[in-house]
Design a protein. Structure first.
Length: 135
């Protein structure tokens, strides 16, 4: 079996992982939640309105402040929605697994022992933008 076949096998195993299945279910539930989708749409409209107002030469600070408050309220409602909470929890659980898998593969590609290579959460902020690489 060559390395590409092994990568595809790994992909299948990831999709069989319990945390992956829970994430997919949570995504479906969030997508089917019409109230949540309405709130997300409202949030996006507020964000666009803020961008439009902020890009004006003579912006209305009072209007910007009002839109900002409304956008924060919409965000708060989104984040307190039970399906969004379940999605975020499932995403966090799957990210732990995905980060470990990625760290093991990357560290192994850099010469680390695949038997001991692993993800160290304490050394990772979660943002790859400021990272010099896992390991």
């Amino acid at each position: 079996m060559d390395i590409i076949e092994k990568a595809r096998e790994l992909g299948r195993l990831i999709q069989e992982e319990d945390s992956y299945k829970k994430l997919q279910d949570a995504q479906k539930n969030a997508d089917a939640d019409m109230e949540l989708q309405r709130l997300i749409g409202e949030f996006n409209l507020k964000r666009m309105s803020i961008n439009n107002e902020a890009s004006k030469k003579e912006r209305d600070q009072e209007k910007l402040s009002k839109l900002n408050t409304e956008m924060r309220e919409a965000y708060s409602q989104i984040m307190s929605n039970e399906n969004m909470i379940a999605y975020n929890d499932a995403k966090a659980a799957f990210d732990v697994v995905a980060n470990r898998v990625l760290a093991i593969v990357q560290q192994s590609a850099e010469g680390a022992d695949p038997e001991t290579a692993d993800y160290s959460q304490s050394s990772c902020s979660g943002s790859c933008a400021t990272c010099g690489g896992c390991g």
